[in-house]
Design a protein around this ligand. Sequence first.
Ligand code: ASP
Length: 344
Amino acid sequence: MESQTKILIIYTGGTIGMVKDAKTGVLKPFQFENLMKMIPSLAMLNYQIDSHCFDPLIDSSNMDPVYWAGLVDIIEKKYEGYDGFVVLHGSDTMSYTASALSFMLQNLNKPVIFTGSQLPLGMVRSDGRENLVTAIEIAAATEDETPLVPEVCIYFENQLFRGNRTHKFNAENFEAFRSPNYPVLADAGVYIKYNRNAIHKPNFKKLKANKKLDTNIAILKLFPGISEKVVSSILHIPDLKAVIMESYGAGNAPDSDWFVNLIADAIEKGIIVLNLSQCQGGSVMMGKYETSIKLLDIGVVGAYDMTTEAAVAKLMYLLGNSSDKREIEKKLQKPIAGELTITN
Ligand code: ASP
């Protein structure tokens, strides 16, 4: 007899499990047992579904690298005992957490599917029921006894995405996430149609959980009129090791002397400057326009088509595991978990 599929749901918090406080009308989390009661149809899946709840449950605005390490720890400890994992997480920072886990869970050969909802399960029109049920189905899906999606994903409103390619782009629509630079991994309609060519293949190596992260990074978002004192104060943050410079278009930035000199001084001091475009779609191509040639010359590193969310997580992960600037810069420009596409 085939053994029963085992899925672990890790409930971190977020809208999916919230109820309205009768007195204040404010949304607050409720306990997981209630969440299971809301979806009696889960029993029809005939899987063994266990749960692990964060205590306290958190709104994902409070997510941070300590919680990421906690999540990795739970998955590492439970890895052998389960066929797949579903992480219930607030949508606000879901892309950051999914990105972080894609780097921290090396040699992942089982599905880790993040989901949540825009409306609490307790509400009649909640999107949470479908999101949760399908996420569980995807986490359990196999072919030739091998998981179909052995990677960290986000499932939301009928679409499965590679987690480190996503971005939350809508605060109201049920369709809250986009993956502007990588195809959807599966579409869930009457059938769940997997885009097999886009999904990681399992490597059958042993899972290596890496919980070392370094948060000494900053984001410098450019805008017309940004002043020298703003740029300078960011680049002079004590202990700063890396800056994500959110530039324009294909990686362009002002070519005024004060700006270029500040960036060059920071790089000389040992700070990594990662050039990432404010455009959601497309890739950084330094050198395409005159306004980015100088950046290339002074040692700015291009992020290709990475999302800000993936870049934040990747930098924390790389800085946590090495102090060799060159090595980190090299790794930033190569995919570790399918987070970027090399275009040139
Ligand atoms: N504020 C909530 C959170 O991110 C929103 C959600 O769950 O989607 O935790």
